[in-house]
Design a binder for this molecule. Structure first.
Ligand SMILES: *Cc1c(COP(=O)(O)O)cnc(C)c1O
Length: 225
């Protein structure tokens, strides 16, 4: 028998609960974002039938065509790099943008958003040369800038760590992001409750290190083509 979405969700949910228990955290302190990138609207529908309503996409164009073909009443979050020329569409298509990676992008989103736009600031915590994201020392300035804005609201930080097959190798990056968040809250007086970190293979470690949004694609929808 082929595995159903429900089977996969049950397994992921089990892992989330076990990790929360181990970390002494309440299950409802972690939100599951179902990453539906590359998957068709039928896959979204199967997820909705199992009770999910929060979806992550990494490309504006793909989301633009998928959202109208998907059930209504869902939340769509952008998790991929956003080019400035697509910021106008993105600001009014997504309910949250996890991947704000420059001050210029933040300003562009502010100028185009028609309503309040919750955002997370993506931090290049490991200092990788080819990765998008703020340098840790740039984040406070972006938060101060956002505090003067009327649409964009910074709710926290986001991380795409360097890939490591062993999730224990990623722990240091997750904990660095959490420490940076704690420090920025003190420094700026801005509440930063959200930490978007953890994917299919490392969600347990991310939860142990304080993640509030895990972004799960493969282990919910199956391998991408
Ligand atoms: C694709 C993607 C994910 C999901 O990754 P999986 O390993 O398939 O769970 C999470 N976050 C971002 C930014 C992604 O691009």
């Amino acid at each position: 028998m082929e595995e159903t979405f429900s089977d996969r969700l049950e397994r992921v949910e089990h892992r989330i609960q076990a990790a929360c228990e181990k970390a002494g955290r309440a299950r409802d302190s972690v939100t599951l974002l179902a990453v539906s990138k590359t998957k068709p609207p039928e896959a979204v529908r199967a997820a909705v039938d199992c009770g999910l309503r929060l979806f992550g996409e990494n490309k504006v164009q793909e989301a633009q065509s998928k959202i109208p073909m998907s059930p209504g009443g869902l939340e769509w979050h952008l998790i991929g790099h956003l080019q400035s020329n697509k910021a106008k569409v993105a600001a009014n298509l997504f309910q949250m943008i996890h991947s704000v990676d420059s001050l210029k992008l933040l300003q562009t989103l502010e100028s185009h958003a028609n309503q309040t736009l919750p955002v997370l600031l993506q931090v290049n915590i490991a200092g990788e040369a080819a990765k998008y994201g703020f340098k840790p020392e740039e984040v406070a300035g972006a938060i101060e800038a956002a505090n003067q804005m009327s649409k964009c609201e910074v709710h926290g930080l986001m991380l795409i760590p360097p890939f490591a097959p062993d999730p224990e190798k990623t722990r240091v990056h997750f904990s660095s992001l959490r420490k940076l968040r704690d420090q920025l809250q003190d420094e700026t007086g801005t509440p930063l409750p959200e930490l978007s970190m953890g994917m299919s293979h490392d969600l347990e470690v991310a939860i142990e290190e304080g993640s509030t949004w895990i972004r799960i694609g493969t282990d919910l929808f199956g391998k991408r083509g």
